[in-house]
Design a protein around this ligand. Sequence first.
Ligand code: CO
Length: 222
Amino acid sequence: MTKTTPDIPDIFANNRAWAEQMELQRPGFFTGLKAQQKPKYMWIGCSDSRVPANEIMGLAPGEVFVHRNVANVVVHSDLNALSTVQFAVDVIKVEHITVVGHYGCSGVAAALSGLRVGLADNWLRHIQDVRDRHRSLLETIAEPHRHDALVELNAIEQVVNVCQSTVMLDAWARGQKVVVHGWVYGIHDGLLQNLQISVGGVDELDTVYRAAVEKVSSAKRT
Ligand code: CO
Protein backbone atom coordinates (compact mmCIF):
# COMPACT_ATOMS: atom_id res chain seq x y z
CA MET A 1 0.00 0.00 0.00
CA THR A 2 1.36 3.36 -1.00
CA LYS A 3 -1.46 5.46 0.46
CA THR A 4 -0.48 7.30 3.64
CA THR A 5 -3.04 7.55 6.41
CA PRO A 6 -4.53 11.07 6.62
CA ASP A 7 -3.93 13.15 9.74
CA ILE A 8 -6.86 14.68 11.62
CA PRO A 9 -6.70 18.07 9.80
CA ASP A 10 -6.81 16.12 6.51
CA ILE A 11 -9.98 14.39 7.69
CA PHE A 12 -11.72 17.74 8.25
CA ALA A 13 -10.50 18.94 4.85
CA ASN A 14 -11.76 15.71 3.25
CA ASN A 15 -15.08 16.14 5.00
CA ARG A 16 -15.57 19.69 3.69
CA ALA A 17 -14.65 18.64 0.17
CA TRP A 18 -17.04 15.68 0.36
CA ALA A 19 -19.95 17.78 1.68
CA GLU A 20 -19.35 20.34 -1.09
CA GLN A 21 -19.23 17.63 -3.73
CA MET A 22 -22.46 16.03 -2.46
CA GLU A 23 -24.22 19.38 -2.49
CA LEU A 24 -22.97 20.03 -6.03
CA GLN A 25 -24.14 16.66 -7.30
CA ARG A 26 -27.43 16.64 -5.41
CA PRO A 27 -28.45 20.17 -4.43
CA GLY A 28 -30.44 20.20 -1.19
CA PHE A 29 -29.18 16.74 -0.22
CA PHE A 30 -28.36 17.56 3.40
CA THR A 31 -31.37 19.79 4.05
CA GLY A 32 -33.53 16.93 2.72
CA LEU A 33 -31.94 14.50 5.18
CA LYS A 34 -32.45 16.91 8.06
CA ALA A 35 -36.19 16.36 7.93
CA GLN A 36 -36.12 12.59 8.43
CA GLN A 37 -34.32 9.32 7.84
CA LYS A 38 -36.27 6.68 5.97
CA PRO A 39 -33.82 3.93 5.06
CA LYS A 40 -35.17 0.70 3.65
CA TYR A 41 -32.21 -1.32 4.88
CA MET A 42 -30.57 -2.21 8.15
CA TRP A 43 -27.02 -3.62 8.12
CA ILE A 44 -25.61 -5.68 10.98
CA GLY A 45 -21.92 -6.19 10.27
CA CYS A 46 -18.42 -6.50 11.67
CA SER A 47 -16.58 -3.47 13.06
CA ASP A 48 -13.66 -4.34 10.75
CA SER A 49 -12.43 -1.17 8.99
CA ARG A 50 -12.42 -3.01 5.67
CA VAL A 51 -16.18 -3.61 5.76
CA PRO A 52 -17.93 -0.22 5.42
CA ALA A 53 -21.67 -0.78 4.94
CA ASN A 54 -22.59 2.25 2.82
CA GLU A 55 -19.67 1.98 0.40
CA ILE A 56 -20.11 -1.75 -0.18
CA MET A 57 -23.80 -1.34 -0.96
CA GLY A 58 -23.31 1.86 -2.96
CA LEU A 59 -25.71 3.69 -0.65
CA ALA A 60 -25.69 7.35 0.37
CA PRO A 61 -26.26 8.78 3.86
CA GLY A 62 -29.88 8.14 4.82
CA GLU A 63 -30.13 4.84 2.96
CA VAL A 64 -28.90 2.26 5.50
CA PHE A 65 -29.27 1.98 9.26
CA VAL A 66 -26.14 0.37 10.69
CA HIS A 67 -25.14 -1.70 13.70
CA ARG A 68 -21.61 -3.05 13.86
CA ASN A 69 -19.66 -5.01 16.45
CA VAL A 70 -16.77 -7.47 16.55
CA ALA A 71 -17.66 -10.37 14.24
CA ASN A 72 -21.31 -9.31 13.66
CA VAL A 73 -22.79 -11.15 16.61
CA VAL A 74 -26.40 -10.73 17.75
CA VAL A 75 -26.65 -11.91 21.34
CA HIS A 76 -30.15 -12.53 22.75
CA SER A 77 -29.56 -10.21 25.70
CA ASP A 78 -27.42 -7.53 24.04
CA LEU A 79 -29.40 -4.39 24.74
CA ASN A 80 -27.32 -2.39 22.27
CA ALA A 81 -28.01 -4.66 19.29
CA LEU A 82 -31.64 -5.27 20.28
CA SER A 83 -32.34 -1.55 20.75
CA THR A 84 -30.88 -0.85 17.34
CA VAL A 85 -33.00 -3.56 15.72
CA GLN A 86 -36.07 -2.37 17.62
CA PHE A 87 -35.58 1.24 16.52
CA ALA A 88 -35.01 0.11 12.93
CA VAL A 89 -38.12 -2.08 12.85
CA ASP A 90 -40.61 -0.21 15.05
CA VAL A 91 -39.70 3.41 14.35
CA ILE A 92 -37.89 3.60 11.01
CA LYS A 93 -39.75 0.60 9.59
CA VAL A 94 -36.91 -0.83 7.53
CA GLU A 95 -37.99 -3.55 5.09
CA HIS A 96 -34.79 -5.59 5.11
CA ILE A 97 -32.26 -6.47 7.80
CA THR A 98 -29.03 -7.96 6.52
CA VAL A 99 -26.56 -9.74 8.76
CA VAL A 100 -23.26 -9.56 6.92
CA GLY A 101 -20.26 -11.69 7.84
CA HIS A 102 -16.95 -11.31 6.07
CA TYR A 103 -14.17 -13.64 5.02
CA GLY A 104 -10.87 -12.88 6.72
CA CYS A 105 -12.65 -11.97 9.97
CA SER A 106 -10.10 -11.88 12.80
CA GLY A 107 -12.84 -12.40 15.38
CA VAL A 108 -13.95 -15.61 13.71
CA ALA A 109 -10.33 -16.70 13.23
CA ALA A 110 -9.60 -16.21 16.94
CA ALA A 111 -12.76 -18.10 17.89
CA LEU A 112 -11.94 -20.96 15.53
CA SER A 113 -8.39 -21.44 16.77
CA GLY A 114 -9.09 -20.62 20.43
CA LEU A 115 -6.54 -17.78 20.31
CA ARG A 116 -6.73 -15.58 23.43
CA VAL A 117 -7.08 -11.88 22.61
CA GLY A 118 -8.26 -10.49 25.95
CA LEU A 119 -11.67 -9.30 27.10
CA ALA A 120 -13.06 -9.95 23.63
CA ASP A 121 -12.59 -13.70 24.25
CA ASN A 122 -15.86 -13.56 26.16
CA TRP A 123 -17.63 -11.99 23.19
CA LEU A 124 -16.04 -14.43 20.76
CA ARG A 125 -17.29 -17.28 22.95
CA HIS A 126 -20.61 -16.84 21.11
CA ILE A 127 -18.83 -17.77 17.88
CA GLN A 128 -17.23 -20.73 19.59
CA ASP A 129 -20.77 -21.81 20.44
CA VAL A 130 -21.51 -21.68 16.69
CA ARG A 131 -18.30 -23.63 16.01
CA ASP A 132 -19.25 -26.27 18.58
CA ARG A 133 -22.84 -26.53 17.32
CA HIS A 134 -21.52 -27.31 13.84
CA ARG A 135 -18.44 -29.27 14.86
CA SER A 136 -19.29 -32.33 12.78
CA LEU A 137 -20.02 -30.22 9.70
CA LEU A 138 -16.78 -28.26 10.11
CA GLU A 139 -14.80 -31.48 10.46
CA THR A 140 -15.91 -32.55 6.97
CA ILE A 141 -14.41 -29.36 5.49
CA ALA A 142 -10.69 -29.23 4.64
CA GLU A 143 -8.82 -27.23 7.25
CA PRO A 144 -7.86 -24.26 5.00
CA HIS A 145 -11.56 -23.67 4.24
CA ARG A 146 -12.92 -24.01 7.77
CA HIS A 147 -12.57 -20.31 8.50
CA ASP A 148 -14.76 -19.41 5.50
CA ALA A 149 -17.33 -22.00 6.51
CA LEU A 150 -17.46 -20.69 10.10
CA VAL A 151 -17.85 -17.11 8.81
CA GLU A 152 -20.88 -18.28 6.81
CA LEU A 153 -22.32 -20.35 9.68
CA ASN A 154 -21.87 -17.43 12.07
CA ALA A 155 -23.82 -15.09 9.79
CA ILE A 156 -26.55 -17.73 9.43
CA GLU A 157 -26.78 -18.25 13.20
CA GLN A 158 -26.96 -14.50 13.81
CA VAL A 159 -29.83 -14.27 11.31
CA VAL A 160 -31.60 -16.85 13.48
CA ASN A 161 -30.90 -14.76 16.59
CA VAL A 162 -32.40 -11.66 14.94
CA CYS A 163 -35.45 -13.69 13.87
CA GLN A 164 -35.98 -15.07 17.37
CA SER A 165 -35.79 -11.66 19.05
CA THR A 166 -39.00 -10.34 20.59
CA VAL A 167 -38.69 -7.36 18.23
CA MET A 168 -39.03 -9.54 15.13
CA LEU A 169 -41.59 -11.91 16.64
CA ASP A 170 -43.81 -8.94 17.55
CA ALA A 171 -43.31 -7.24 14.17
CA TRP A 172 -44.27 -10.38 12.26
CA ALA A 173 -47.19 -11.07 14.63
CA ARG A 174 -48.69 -7.71 13.75
CA GLY A 175 -48.17 -8.36 10.04
CA GLN A 176 -45.23 -6.02 9.41
CA LYS A 177 -43.22 -6.91 6.32
CA VAL A 178 -39.56 -7.25 7.28
CA VAL A 179 -37.17 -9.78 5.76
CA VAL A 180 -33.97 -10.85 7.53
CA HIS A 181 -31.09 -11.91 5.27
CA GLY A 182 -27.64 -13.48 5.68
CA TRP A 183 -24.82 -12.29 3.43
CA VAL A 184 -21.07 -12.59 3.41
CA TYR A 185 -18.51 -10.11 2.09
CA GLY A 186 -15.07 -10.79 0.64
CA ILE A 187 -12.45 -8.29 1.76
CA HIS A 188 -10.19 -9.88 -0.90
CA ASP A 189 -12.51 -9.14 -3.85
CA GLY A 190 -15.00 -6.55 -2.59
CA LEU A 191 -17.96 -8.79 -3.41
CA LEU A 192 -21.09 -9.61 -1.44
CA GLN A 193 -22.46 -13.15 -1.58
CA ASN A 194 -25.97 -14.20 -0.64
CA LEU A 195 -26.03 -17.05 1.87
CA GLN A 196 -29.56 -17.93 0.69
CA ILE A 197 -31.11 -17.37 4.08
CA SER A 198 -33.92 -14.84 3.78
CA VAL A 199 -36.61 -15.06 6.41
CA GLY A 200 -39.89 -13.19 6.20
CA GLY A 201 -41.67 -14.89 9.12
CA VAL A 202 -40.85 -17.12 12.06
CA ASP A 203 -42.80 -20.05 10.58
CA GLU A 204 -40.34 -20.32 7.66
CA LEU A 205 -37.22 -19.95 9.80
CA ASP A 206 -36.48 -23.61 10.44
CA THR A 207 -36.76 -24.75 6.80
CA VAL A 208 -34.75 -21.83 5.41
CA TYR A 209 -32.11 -22.25 8.13
CA ARG A 210 -31.62 -25.95 7.43
CA ALA A 211 -31.27 -25.35 3.69
CA ALA A 212 -28.71 -22.58 4.25
CA VAL A 213 -26.60 -24.77 6.57
CA GLU A 214 -26.79 -27.57 4.00
CA LYS A 215 -25.43 -25.15 1.36
CA VAL A 216 -22.46 -24.32 3.60
CA SER A 217 -21.85 -28.03 4.03
CA SER A 218 -22.03 -28.87 0.31
CA ALA A 219 -20.28 -25.76 -1.08
CA LYS A 220 -17.40 -26.44 -3.48
CA ARG A 221 -14.36 -24.78 -1.92
CA THR A 222 -11.10 -24.43 -3.79
CO1 CO B 1 -14.58 -9.23 11.25
